[in-house]
Design a protein around this ligand. Structure first.
Ligand code: XUL
Ligand code: CO
Length: 433
């Protein structure tokens, strides 16, 4: 045991009336919701990068956090792993997620990076065995090091493409070795700053080829998890190719990968793309590519990806409503891609941030389940489209413009507008919260 979280107890469910900061009010892991335990609906994961690798910087200032593991040595990486697994246990999160660069010291070459990663993977394997904590997904950080400043797969320099491909392979190997349930690709620098120096055609082809190689390697190695792309419209690059769910779907179709790759949808990224989170979730469900979620909250005024811990229950309810409508998670889960504010310096801040986030998600899930169980929202939606289920509606779909025109004339069709009843439905939703 380290002394980082000293005096902080394991967090238990105490119910909504508890006034203990170190307790769950809504997250009751074994409580049955729609036929299965809450923990199996939510499948919570903690993100290694924000909680353990981020120093607290912003565009105007550097490190605010002082952590005993902040140094680029293997010894420090192992101390960081000790503390990380202590946090997973205090919170009782079943999963974690990591990038290679979060967990290993940065080497001077690809070979050194690989050796460092392998050493940490062995250390993780032992800790996972001891604690029962599992890996939701692994990924490669192909955006922080300066070699990736002009992109990874989409870099104008083929050597960077090669370095990136080799790094992805090592991260897929690590994920497979640790029994990870998904492998994620987020293209933070797969985009451009200015079209003046960018060959967009080539860059898209390079990105497509890299993704095909990832899928080929998944099959070659026998990885049974899902390959997930995480859309984001911009930040760090001005324009990113994986703009949103619909854009990525078009890209997958173009490269023949629509049956191979699903989506990891992040709340804050949806907001940056000008969508609601539930829009992106519903779009992925309709396209058959819903996979997993990165849970956080974005500031609605700043226009940055602020990665705050979620605490807005009405938003969570609408999000989990779409997750439940998609049939829930299979390999996916709820990963807290969220970080503390840079003034929240203490170890307890890290715990309480997750406790609040887990409770907000659990409260949202319960409200979403009640909405679905009750069936009033779905009944209203179905009633709105009921005309399409009639014989006339079906005939219309299989007709053509000539046939339809004759029918409009023969039946003197002259539609009367019908209320969309939005406020009534909004009032209904509020009753479940
Ligand atoms: C960045 C982001 C990443 C991905 C994984 O905005 O969300 O942390 O989740 O690379
Ligand atoms: Co994310």
């Amino acid at each position: 045991m380290t002394d980082f979280f000293k005096d902080i107890p394991a967090i238990k469910y105490e119910g909504p009336k508890s006034d203990n900061d170190y307790a769950f009010r809504h997250y009751n892991p074994d409580e049955i919701v729609m036929g299965k335990p809450m923990k199996d609906h939510l499948r919570f994961a903690a993100a290694y990068w924000h909680s353990f690798a981020w120093p607290g910087g912003d565009p105007f200032g550097g490190q605010t956090f002082e952590r005993p593991w902040f140094s680029d040595t293997m010894e420090a990486a192992k101390l960081k792993a000790d503390v990380a697994f202590e946090m997973f246990q205090i919170l009782n999160v079943p999963y974690f997620c990591f990038h290679d660069a979060d967990v290993r010291p940065e080497g001077n070459s690809f070979a050194e990076n690989t050796k460092n990663l392998e050493e940490i993977v062995d250390c993780f394997a032992q800790k996972m065995d001891e604690t029962g904590v599992k890996l939701l997904w692994g990924t490669a950080n192909l955006f922080s090091n300066r070699r990736f400043m002009s992109g990874a797969a989409t870099n104008p320099d083929p050597d960077v493409f090669a370095f990136s491909a080799a790094t992805i392979k090592t991260c897929m190997d690590a994920t497979m070795k640790l029994g990870g349930e998904n492998y994620v690709l987020w293209g933070g620098r797969e985009g451009y700053e200015t079209l003046l120096n960018t060959d967009m055609g080539r860059e898209r082809q390079q990105a497509g080829r890299m993704l095909q190689m990832v899928v080929d390697y998944k099959h070659k190695m026998g990885f049974e998890g899902a390959i997930l792309i995480e859309p984001k419209p911009q930040e760090p690059t001005k324009h990113q190719y994986d703009y949103d769910v619909a854009t990525v779907y078009g890209f997958l179709k173009e490269f023949g990968l629509e049956g191979e790759v699903k989506m990891n949808i992040e709340q804050g990224h949806a907001i940056l793309a000008g969508h609601s989170f539930e829009h992106e979730l519903a779009m992925a469900r309709e396209l058959g590519i819903f996979g997993s979620i990165d849970m956080n909250r974005n500031d609605y005024q700043s226009g940055w990806d602020t990665d705050q811990f979620p605490n807005n229950v009405p938003e969570m309810a609408l999000a989990y409503y779409e997750v439940l409508r998609a049939g829930g998670f299979t390999t996916g889960g709820t990963n807290f891609d969220a970080k503390l504010r840079r003034q929240s310096l203490d170890a307890e801040d890290l715990i309480l941030a997750h406790v609040g986030g887990m409770d907000a998600c659990a409260a949202g899930l319960k409200a979403a389940a009640a909405m679905l169980d009750d069936g009033k929202l779905e009944a209203a939606r179905n009633a709105r489209y009921a005309g399409w289920d009639t014989d006339a509606g079906q005939t219309l779909m299989n007709s053509d413009l000539d046939g339809i025109t004759s029918s409009v004339l023969a039946n003197n069709i002259n539609p009367e507008p019908i209320s969309g009843r939005q406020e009534r439905l909004e009032n209904l939703v509020n009753r479940y919260l």
